[in-house]
Design a protein around this ligand. Sequence first.
Ligand code: ASP
Length: 598
Amino acid sequence: MQLDVLGTRRRTHRSGELRKAHVGEKVFLAGWVDRRRDLGNLIFIDLRDHTGVTQVVCNRESSPEAHQKADAVRPEFVVGVEGDVVERSPETVNRQIPTGEIEVRARTLLLLNEAKTPPFAVSDDKTAEETRLRYRYLDLRRPGMQERLRLRHRAALAVREHMNEHGFVEVETPFMTRSTPEGARDFLVPSRIHHGKFYALPQSPQLFKQLLMIGGMDRYFQIVRCFRDEDFRADRQAEFTQVDIEMAFPEREALFEIIERLMEKLFALVGARVTRPFPHLTYDQALERYGSDKPHLGFGLEWSRVALPPAVREKLHVDGPVKAMRVPKMSEISRSQLDRLQDFARSTPADWFSYFKMGGGGVQSTVQKVVGAEAVNSLAASVGAQAGDLVLLLGIKNLAAESDRRAGASAEARLREASGQLRMEAARRFELIPPDGWHFAWIVDFPMFEYDEKEKRFNAMHHPFTSPREEDLEKLESDPAAVKARAYDLVLNGSEIGGGSIRIHRQDIQRRVFKALGMTDEQARARFGFFLDALEYGTPPHGGIALGFDRIVALMAGESNIREVIAFPKTASAVDLMCESPAEVDPRQLDELGVKIK
Ligand code: ASP
């Protein structure tokens, strides 16, 4: 096919821009052929670029050459059109598109490039994700992908503007570094020059941002790629983007305000209003009430603990803890709905489920038959149930058999997990989750350590550079499980979108925390020696946070899948289907690196 050259022609407009007001203008547009319709003497081309579509008409009589070329074009050919904007006749106006009142009558058509028949029509929204990822460059031509990547761009600009306004400086930190402390596996890069040695890709810039504070940078941020080699996690990416933030002489509430105002600006980009200040919940409260440290606060369902008299426990055959949740105005719910909820409850780690309804004429339930009206009435009163409410009960029946059920998980942990799952299931089933609205919260006072039953030792719940609360310092050695950290998470509609902490800035405390984590001085030195040295040269109090940028943009875009806001994502099993990476390499490369595949 004979192709034309663009030469010195410049686009006068983009394809989504032309309106009635442009009628009479001579324009030059260029883009992709979205669709072509051949009516004999007239050939219509829908010309697409990132702004939209314009209908182009090629008339055999008035511009035979353009008509002849139009005959040859196919979807995804690249063309340029020089022509006149004309008003469409009333019966051909297309109200579906902003350019629907006009069309461009081609004088000249330039064939700039041809295209193979694409594996899917760019306008087809039902293409399987695997195919979309394999041909991502075609997928990117879709208006949805265009909008989301442009939203991401605007979000990044808003972050930079906001952080700059608050005195934060963007500093780049290395990608080729040493292992960093976020608790996942590292991606390693073998060194050619230093055989047998490896760089690690950063799981986060944690140590560098703390070193920047020691270095007097005062306030740092970075929109930065992080790398974590985790096992199959459906909605995680091996490389992902964080808004990483650190400040010297931090005051937690001041940091919170900076972040809240950032959220306000980001969500304003999608026309949403954010109510601040965000509520604070302690980690313990979140688990007790919602069974989750990232609770969805868009609806009210809350668990409360019920104290059952021994005689009632005996009749109900429950040994362990029991919680109750009032579901307002749901007493009319059908039996089959409740059966399905019961089936769900059985799939959770709890092993006892029951419910009662507060009908007009009093309580209706099967538990009442077992334990009597008085016991059920007192239960109802304890959760504040009123006429018309449904009350769900969840508990651990069998403490004795616990060891063989789920090794390691205590009755409390099982009930917590189950109550979180059942709350979300009930909210979904009863359609209590509001379709819109942004419900932020800070979760604070996390435990400092988490006990690893398998390894029989404590791990840092956040990371080992997180400061314990001042008042808990004395428990570091005697009762590590009771030590709370100055750590916080930001949650939004049931997703964790950020986390951070006030850090340890004193060498002596850092050493005690390493010890509590079962690390000897030598082990700590071997891993973080450079950082421990730096801590000794006048480290200011400091603290920060990292926000999950992919997740935030996905939520802004109303997408549950973060791949929808990443230009070239990997699959859940960390494969790039387009580049086919990871891939084997030339044996010579391995040889140079001194690496042998086992
Ligand atoms: N480095 C932490 C993370 O990536 C965030 C922080 O503590 O600032 O989760």
